[in-house]
Design a protein around this ligand. Sequence first.
Ligand code: HEC
Length: 87
Amino acid sequence: MKRNTMIMSIAALTIAAVIVESCVSTKVTDKSGSQLWSENCQRCHNTPPSSAFTDPEWSVINMHMRQRAMLTDEEYKKISAFMQQGE
Ligand code: HEC
């Protein structure tokens, strides 16, 4: 009886961990460029508006800042697209 309870709680914990993990990764992929931008780029400094630089300038800046912010490829692409849509 006791052993069963133990196995059940381990199973429940494993299922909970899997659910939490899948939620987290879905959230990251669902994030928009503007969301990623405000979460990542303003950690270290105030970020100038996208109109402050031209698209080619943003490409260079974002390549540098990608390394600083340790962004994934996907996050980097989304942020770049957001910065270059010219708001
Ligand atoms: C880990 C800290 C850090 C993060 C995160 C970060 N930056 Fe920076 N950023 C810096 C530092 C330090 C400088 C100044 C030195 C430099 O230009 O390399 C800077 C400079 C800049 C500049 C000024 C460039 C210029 O020529 O005036 C811009 C624009 C910029 N960052 C944009 C961004 C964007 C967009 C992101 C998000 C993708 C970002 N930063 C994320 C640290 C960071």
